[in-house]
Design a protein around this ligand. Sequence first.
Ligand code: HEC
Ligand code: HEC
Ligand code: HEC
Length: 437
Amino acid sequence: MSAPRIPGPSSANRTIASLLLLMLAAALCAGCSHPRDEAAPSTTKLGERMSPGPYGQIARGRYLVRAGDCAACHTAQNGAPFAGGRAVPTPFGTIYSSNITPDPDTGIGRWNDADFYRAMHEGIDRLGHHLYPAFPYPWYTRVSRDDVLAIKAYLDTLAPVRQANKSNDLPWPLDIRGDMAVWNGLFFDPGTYHSDPKRSAQWNRGAYLVEGLGHCGACHSAKNFAGASDRDHPFTGGFAEHAYAPSLAGGARDGLGNWSEQDIVQYLGTGRNSRTAAAGPMAEVVQESTQYLSKEDRQAIAVYLKSLPTPSDDTVATVDKDTLSRGAALYVDNCEGCHLKQGQGELGGFPPLRQNSAVQAKSADTLIGVILDGARIPATAGEPTGLAMQGFADHLSDAQIADLTTYIRNAWGNHAEAVDADHVQDLRETLRKSPSG
Ligand code: HEC
Ligand code: HEC
Ligand code: HEC
């Protein structure tokens, strides 16, 4: 819906600084998330105006703040909610989220509605400086003015927290905010969501949430060399920090082709269903954001996701027998106790690994991360106890994890690219150094 603009010859002719800057963005655009906060219902249809009066607007703003997962990024570990300071690590340096409580000096207390709308809509702060797309304004730009102002009305009710913003830890020339104008010129397509009149109200509501506040594509879409999401092939899978967010498109093997709408509704509400359990960054998205969406909104998202096109299935090379038999033996020793002999798992307990789309994703990084560091099913209001799996980083070597991963991706009818030990070693190193999962 939003093809990147074609760069003109004048804008292409820039210095190395802008090129580096574009590369910087590669890391910045990855979404991030982190724990915090409790419940709230209430919803409106796209375009429907909320009942007038401040209370209605504030309640709606609170709901929308959850839908946008604002607290996750704007709360540092053990920090005051919304006071910022959460490190967003990138290969080029660290970006810190801002204080968005209403403190006049260190937060957004002096921002008026127009300032706030411009930040959400154009990625420009109150003083006119460009913000980095680590703040997902390329998605939030789709959000209606009404909804943005409701978000502001809710944020205005928070207790002001006096906490100065940390300056970003970026090397020159990447620290020059003005250069983001180049990035925006090339890749940013501002504009609120336009309903498609040929589609149902429910479909449009789903599209509005997924393309806008949900910024699902920040993780689930491939990114170009400059970190801009590929909007021509959206939701076909992409990297999310050190994990991989699988395709949400219609592929039967590694997409949502075999998922029913109900499967999606249940997954977004509880982080689990009969096919899988949310791990890594998605566990946090469910815990902090999607579990609070109303059933109608989760249903609308499901309707929209199920309408995404089915990409052609990539050809995958077959894996050699020795690797598979080594992997099978490791599976029996370490995994079978919970995930069972045929990888079928146990309904309501351990997720199946057989016919699991995430297990067969284009990249095995989430799977490898789970084996190294373990995972916990998000605890939600619907399913309060999150079962956990322990990590095997101390028990299995890189080569063993490679064999095991390759086996799981090719056992019981699964089929996906093999994994090599060097790749496991790299990821192990990265995860060890990363400040958060
Ligand atoms: C993926 C992480 C992430 C999410 C989700 C996120 N933000 Fe941010 N936000 C950031 C980062 C990082 C910055 C700082 C960007 C910079 O320094 O250029 C920021 C900056 C901002 C700013 C500018 C503040 C200032 O003082 O300049 C506002 C306003 C803001 N965010 C509001 C929100 C709202 C509202 C939401 C939820 C709808 C939200 N953010 C969700 C990461 C995030
Ligand atoms: C911070 C990055 C991030 C964001 C934002 C995000 N996801 Fe995810 N998502 C992931 C990762 C990583 C996984 C893989 C989890 C796993 O393998 O258990 C995932 C898995 C999923 C799955 C299961 C796919 C499968 O094949 O098992 C669905 C469905 C999903 N996400 C929907 C969404 C929707 C809808 C949104 C927006 C409302 C969203 N995600 C936003 C990172 C993200
Ligand atoms: C003690 C029981 C237990 C053992 C042993 C165990 N797991 Fe798990 N596993 C779980 C639970 C519980 C989850 C759900 C956590 C989540 O994904 O949020 C899980 C999740 C997973 C996932 C993510 C599934 C998805 O849909 O995203 C993978 C992959 C996985 N395990 C592989 C393995 C492998 C490989 C082994 C052996 C090295 C193993 N598990 C051993 C309990 C176990």
